[in-house]
Write a protein that binds this ligand. Structure first.
Ligand SMILES: Cc1ncc(C[n+]2csc(CCOP(=O)(O)OP(=O)(O)O)c2C)c(N)n1
Ligand code: SF4
Length: 527
């Protein structure tokens, strides 16, 4: 029986994973990927949040080494964190299926950069599928697992914000397969990447990519829409939908397996039209690959490299219209909620004249008025280490003003490494780290993490104690305080710690007001 429904791309990926019997879904939250594992869990799949993306991928690799199927989810910047295992698992592959969802955010709706992760597929030599709608999210997820097992290689499923969040008709197939049974066959030549084995594995990987390219030429993943021969457009992912509206008269070629590309099919398509243009969001990756194969195609002007494409921008791109674009109307700047526990902390840091090495989460909003209290922010976990670097070179009086501010989820993601660095290479003035512990991953939608005491599905879990972790690493002073209930005490504590040469961690603990209500409902359910 077939089932038609309205589903977002993220829901479709979860349903595809469930349909093909994925044994485990592991990820770290990040817009626009966060809903995938929640839905997979609600469908009855085994899903868990990892402390960060590297751990997520490694758990998934382990499950796939043990013959299981693993789905790994993350936002684009998460793949930077997971890049180390990615490059080597591309060599060895796994007997079980390993599919990594990279959810990219062109236009930076909710991200610190708009990096184009298609480059990871090329750099690591990992085949990549790029769905353009929810149906393809579902179908490609299932095919990604099949390809991963057939070719013994991880597969990247690369989606973007519009594909993740737009809802369209999805037809589910009657497929429900049972998860694969775990088993481990010793095969060190394939699974242990010492140089002698890795040299062979790299050659095997390149051979697999050639085979995949041949498979791709057979057309299963490519849509060729024949219209007139005046204009032909090659478009991938969401750009394909924009082109259909912007240039209904154009012939269209949409590769779905976008690494390795079906270059011979593309050559024939380009030769079949008088003008051939590549329309792609982000970097000109497909354009460059096609041109490198000696196929003459037009690319896009540099101005279309930034932000998302839409129907209007694609019309302009095709018309070669380079007049300045009207900027979108300025929206209301985001703000910390009224009653947010981060507010009192920033008021104090502002009034104390601190140099704040910040981090990523709701609390990054401390950069905006009325606080204007965050001075740097690079990537998750960097607050601690960037603060330490500042302390190493600033004159003493300035160094004493530096504090690192980090959220609880971010602390457990990659902040812990910074604490190890602080204890090992302590600055002469010591250092002060403030962990804003609101008992949730608020910014990405209130997900659980190892410090909340609940699993992804909000049932009870062992709780990792931040204070025990930092004490164990060897921090001199560890304090827990509520800056909202005791603002004066918090100011006095920060001043005291800043004036000493100790290493200090101050944990500001008070729940996010939005998470509090939800947490109460879970407690009711968990009784
Ligand atoms: C490598 C990476 N993974 C995921 C994200 C998405 N993300 C941004 S902030 C954040 C965590 C926020 O939680 P927390 O540190 O507890 O701060 P809060 O928002 O609760 O104040 C996440 C997961 C990201 N920016 N970078
Ligand atoms: S969601 Fe929670 S942490 Fe984020 S601004 Fe609102 S109250 Fe603060």
């Amino acid at each position: 029986m077939n089932h038609r429904m309205l589903a977002s791309g993220n829901e479709a990926i979860a349903m595809g994973a469930k349909a093909c019997g994925v044994n485990i879904g592991v990820g770290y939250p990040g817009t626009p990927s966060s809903e995938i594992l929640d839905v997979f869990s609600r469908l009855g799949g085994v899903a868990q949040w990892a402390p960060n993306e590297k751990t997520a991928l490694e758990v998934g690799i382990g499950a796939a080494f043990a013959n299981g199927r693993s789905l790994i989810t993350m936002k684009h910047v998460g793949l930077n964190v997971a890049a180390d295992p990615l490059f080597t698992i591309a060599y060895s592959g796994t007997p079980g299926g390993l599919v990594i969802v990279s959810a990219d955010d062109p236009g930076m709706a909710s991200s610190q950069n708009e990096q184009d992760n298609r480059r990871y597929a090329v750099a690591a030599g990992v085949p990549m599928l790029e769905p353009a709608d929810s149906q393809e999210c579902y179908d490609f997820t299932i095919r990604a697992f099949e390809l991963s097992e057939q070719f013994r290689c991880p597969v990247l499923l690369r989606v973007t914000t519009r594909v993740c969040h737009s809802k369209c008709i999805l037809e589910k197939r009657d497929l429900e397969t049972t998860p694969r049974t775990g088993k481990f066959d010793r095969d060190p030549k394939s699974n242990v990447m010492i140089p002698a084995y890795a040299r062979i594995a790299h050659r095997k990987l390149r051979a697999k990519l050639h085979e995949l390219e041949e498979l791709n030429e057979k057309g299963e993943f490519t849509r060729w829409i024949r219209k007139g021969d005046e204009l032909g457009v090659i478009a991938t992912g969401i750009s394909f939908q924009h082109v259909r509206d912007a240039a209904p008269e154009a012939s269209l070629l949409k590769p779905g397996l976008t690494y390795p590309l079906p270059l011979e099919t593309i050559r024939r398509f380009a030769a079949s039209v008088k003008r051939c243009v590549v329309v792609e969001e982000g970097d000109p990756i497909v354009t460059e690959a096609i041109r490198a194969a000696g196929i003459p195609v037009e690319g896009k002007a540099e101005m279309f490299r930034f932000g998302e494409l839409n129907v209007n921008r694609v019309r302009r791109l095709l018309a070669g219209d380079l007049t300045p674009e009207t900027p979108p109307p300025a929206g209301k700047p985001p703000q910390l909620c009224l009653g947010c526990p981060h507010r009192k902390s920033y008021e104090a840091l502002r009034d104390l004249g601190c140099i704040v090495s910040g981090d990523i989460g709701c609390y990054t909003l401390g950069v905006l008025p009325p606080f204007e209290a965050v001075d740097t922010c690079v990537c998750m976990g960097a607050s601690v280490t960037v603060g330490l670097g500042m302390r190493k070179v600033l004159p003493e009086a300035e160094a004493r003003r530096v504090v690192s501010v980090i959220g609880d989820s971010t602390f457990l993601h990659t902040g812990i490494n910074g604490i190890v660095e602080m204890v090992y290479n302590r600055p002469a003035t010591g250092h002060v780290v403030i962990v804003l512990d609101n008992s949730t991953t608020a910014m990405t939608g209130l997900q659980e993490h190892p410090g909340t005491g609940r699993k992804l599905d909000h049932t009870p879990a062992p709780r990792v104690s931040i204070e025990e972790v930092v004490r164990g690493i060897g921090v001199d002073n560890v304090d827990v305080i509520d800056s909202t209930a005791d603002p004066a005490g918090f100011r006095e504590l920060v001043s005291r710690r800043l004036s000493s040469n100790d290493t200090s961690v101050i944990i500001v603990r008070r729940p996010c007001i939005l998470a509090l209500a939800k947490a109460k409902s879970y407690e009711g359910k968990n009784k």
